[in-house]
Structures are given as structure tokens and as C-alpha cells.
Design a protein around this ligand. Sequence first.
Ligand code: KG4
Ligand code: ZN
Length: 337
Amino acid sequence: MKDTLILAFESSCDETSVAVIKNGKEILSNIIATQIKSHQRFGGVVPEVASRHHVEQITICTDLALKEAGVTYEDLDAVAVTYGPGLVGSLLIGIMAAKSIAFAHNLPLIKVNHLAGHIYAANLVSDLKYPFMALIVSGGHTEIVRVDSPGEFKRLGDTRDDAVGEAFDKIGRVLGLKYPAGKQIDQMAQLGNDTFGFPRAMLQEDNLDFSFSGLKSAFINTVHHADQVGEKLDKNDLATSFQECVVDILTEKTFRALKNNPVKQLIVAGGVAANSGLKKRFADEITKRNLDLDLIVPPIRLCGDNAAMIGAAAQVEYDKNNFTELSLNADPSLDFE
Ligand code: KG4
Ligand code: ZN
């Protein structure tokens, strides 16, 4: 069978990324220009600044992606792009680039849900077997999704308030850490103990939704109170206590979902999937519960935002001949349902 080459774009937040993916499995190139340094002094992503950076970077990244892959526009079979969820101004830059190339080179255009991209990042490292379960944990999302067949997603659980990565970043700010703080909290958490016992918000028994705002408030109150009375708290213990609490909640809900929906594979995707405490706990839990379940966590460079994952998800639509019009618009609050 003839190989399929997809040129993929990702620009939903603060990474401009362009990739060339072969058959939805092989990364020929995956160029990622991160803007983190520009946003750090503001403690979070500034949408206007993000859009400007995407404009500056997108053609450079496209040229690099083609060059590194050793292909030209003539070799491509399709162009794919994230159309949501994300920042509208940022999404539009990727969409404009993808549309222009699709039009100029007469290539089919494929629209990709950013969350589907995070899930299909797993396809770049393992062969996926349907049905499977995915836990998406990123700066903007905390969702449990069952994938019954290629590109068919059923959302089983969602966050009621803050996304888990957002909670990491917010408490990181209180600890005086740079944005995004997840990685550093993860490192600190390995040095401390869970001495604070923050509340585990599990919501109702049969529920698969998440809530992290109570934990965030408890954390912030603890730190502020200590500041007021001049008490010095151990930052590593704070980090461990926070992370243990998050991991407990994610574990409880994910394995509850697995109990009701027996599958053979569990994918953990999104930036927070890089968390070492989470990975370890899930692996331990599978052993402890004696489950016949493959845990698939993409490597760190594929957990964060990147266009390779968009190319992998696009291949699923390509195989279904699911192409989109050049009138495609951004959908900032796109979800699975
Ligand atoms: O998927 P992603 O790159 O962007 C979104 O689509 O949101 O996720 C970024 C999030 C940030 O909140 C960051 O703090 C978090 O992932 N993160 C981590 C770790 N590495 C990145 N959170 C916990 N532990 C980590 N090791
Ligand atoms: Zn993401």
C-alpha cells in the first residue's frame, strides 16, 4: 500500500509546531517552537503575545519540518490542523497556514480536535487496540475518554472547575515557581513527604468527574496562613502533599472508569502525563489490581503540545476520507460532546 504523508499544524496555545507524519505512525519531523519564555514574566499565556509569536514562527517551522523530513509539497497527501479547543487567535494562525498550503498545492484539508491529538500521540509509540481508555491531563483539560473505534470518542468524565495542569501552575505561582510549574513541582515532590493531607475531592461515588479548585484553595490558604503567622513551611512537603492528592484523585476516578468499562489499553496523554508520580502510581495500581491492561504514556516530547500528535490523529480521518472545506473556522471551546 502507498505511504501517506501528512503535513500537520498545531498552534492552539503557546507552541507553534509543524510535523510531517508517515502513515499516522512515523515521525519524519516534528518542529516545536515554544513561547514559554515570553509568557513567563506574566505568569501565564497572554493570548495577544501568543498569536504574534505564531505569526512569526509558522512559516519558519513549516520550512524546517519539510526540510528535516526530506520532502516537498508535491510528496504530501494531506494537510492537517488543530481547529480547537484553544485560544482563538492562536488557532487561526495554524488554520490560515494549513488552508493556504492546501489551496496552493491542491491537497485535502483535515481538521483535528486538539484532544484527539493528545490521545493519538500514543499511536506514535504503540499499536492501539479498540476499545481503549484515555485519561487526558493537560493545562486546559482533565477528561476520561473511551475510544470505541478509530476517531469515535465518548467522554466519561470531565473537570467541574480547574484543569489539573492549571492547578499545578497556580499553586506553583504561590510557591514562587516559574510558569509552567508542573515539571518543577514534580521534581520537588520527589524530595518531600505528604504531611499536609489536603482534601481529596471525589464528588459522588458513581461519578467520574474531577474537581481541583477545593484542593487549590486549601493549598493557597495553608501557604497564606503560614505567611501571616511567620511560619516557614517546607516547600518540598507542600509539593508532595499537593501531587499525592492529585494522583489519588486521578487514580481513583480512572480505575473506577476502567472497572465499568473493561478495556485492554489505558493511554495517559497531555502535558501532565509527564508527571513521574502519576506514571508510577498507575503502573503500581495495575500490578496491585492484577489487571490485564497495557499502560501507554507517550514520551515527554509527545505529551506536551506538538504537531506530530495532530498528524497521527489526522491519519484516522484520512483513512475515513473525512476531509474538510477551506471555509474551516476555529472552534475555541470544541469538545468531544
Ligand atoms: O498538554 P500541554 O503541553 O498543554 C495544554 O494543552 O494545556 O500541558 C501543559 C501542562 C502545564 O500545566 C504544565 O505545568 C503541565 O502540563 N506539566 C506537568 C509536568 N510537565 C508539564 N504537570 C505535572 N508534572 C509534570 N512533570
Ligand atoms: Zn495540549
